[in-house]
Ligand binder design. Structure first.
Ligand SMILES: *[C@@H]1O[C@H](CO)[C@@H](O)[C@H](O)[C@H]1NC(C)=O
Ligand SMILES: *[C@@H]1O[C@H](CO)[C@@H](O)[C@H](O)[C@H]1NC(C)=O
Ligand SMILES: *[C@@H]1O[C@H](CO)[C@@H](O)[C@H](O)[C@H]1NC(C)=O
Ligand SMILES: *[C@@H]1O[C@H](CO)[C@@H](O)[C@H](O)[C@H]1NC(C)=O
Length: 248
């Protein structure tokens, strides 16, 4: 294909140059022809490159989409430690997983206080205390409490219950029977969590307990965050380490 077009091009160039002037040197003519051929080869190479990059970038992503199960992506493991006497880390922001406070010009400011540890109420988690924030936090109990209440099968490590908690609209869901069946049931605590009034905004910190919390930013309308968390480590008056996940 390229060869044919090349010769055609060559002819056109020849006739064109003949018509315009006969004084054009033969060597010059040849040089322009060479240039054109090189240009055409370059164009072909560029086109090939463009096509191959298109396939390389588009094809694997399409393939990936086909094979990824839409309901069960691998989850990021979010773990954070809050320190009671840390100037900016006694509170926590779930939006970006960073300190609730910030130090600017040698002063502490509230940046995004979604969850406070120990400072508003000793030994408690407190939500909805930052500027423009309201919130509800519910202690769902220990992992054993959850298993007893909802009667699903746990596996070694007792992680299935916490892992399975998710939401659809205003209902929290937890595992039903076995994780292999992939069926879920509504949690009785859903109504309390999504109730408008923040009746429960402060709860005791207990090692191994699972919590559900909902934070509303009243400055930004409709800005709501629903989070589940599990207390992994707790030193009273010192620090608490949580595993957490935003429930969309
Ligand atoms: C969730 O809410 C959306 C719109 O508000 C609705 O279309 C959908 O059916 C709801 N899903 C469930 C499971 O209730
Ligand atoms: C899983 O579901 C099947 C039916 O679909 C049922 O027979 C089985 O008992 C379930 N497994 C458990 C552990 O409940
Ligand atoms: C701390 O949490 C407990 C429940 O766990 C609650 O009864 C108590 O009122 C909370 N403390 C304050 C000062 O709100
Ligand atoms: C934590 O601090 C409070 C107030 O400073 C104190 O009353 C409480 O006994 C302390 N708790 C522990 C476990 O040290």
């Amino acid at each position: 294909m390229t060869l044919i077009t090349n010769t055609k091009q060559e002819k056109i160039v020849n006739y064109g140059s003949l018509q315009h002037s006969m004084q054009v040197e033969k060597s010059r003519d040849r040089r322009t022809m060479k240039c054109l051929v090189v240009l055409q080869i370059c164009a072909a190479v560029v086109t090939m490159l463009l096509i191959s990059t298109f396939y390389l970038t588009m094809y694997p992503s399409n393939k990936g989409k086909k094979h990824t199960p839409s309901t069960n992506p691998i989850q990021k493991d979010n773990i954070a430690t809050l320190y009671a006497i840390h100037p900016t880390r006694h509170s926590f922001c779930f939006r970006d997983g960073k300190n609730g406070g910030i130090i600017i010009n040698w002063a502490v400011y509230n940046r995004c206080n979604d969850l406070d540890f120990n400072n508003y109420y000793a030994g408690n988690f407190t939500v909805g205390v930052g500027g423009g924030r309201a919130g509800t936090i519910i202690d769902l109990g220990s992992r054993d409490d959850l298993q007893k209440k909802y009667q699903y099968q746990e596996t070694v490590g007792h992680g299935q219950g916490y892992a399975s908690i998710h939401r659809t609209n205003k209902t929290l869901l937890i595992l039903k029977d076995s994780y292999q069946n992939h069926t879920f049931q509504a949690m009785g605590e859903s109504a309390a969590l999504f109730r408008d009034t923040s009746s429960s905004f402060s709860v005791r910190v207990i090692l191994g307990h699972v919590y559900a919390l909902r934070i509303i930013d009243t400055y930004k309308h409709k800005s709501e965050r629903v989070v589940k968390m599990l207390v992994l480590a707790y030193q009273p008056n010192e620090s608490v380490t949580i595993q957490w996940k935003i429930l969309k």
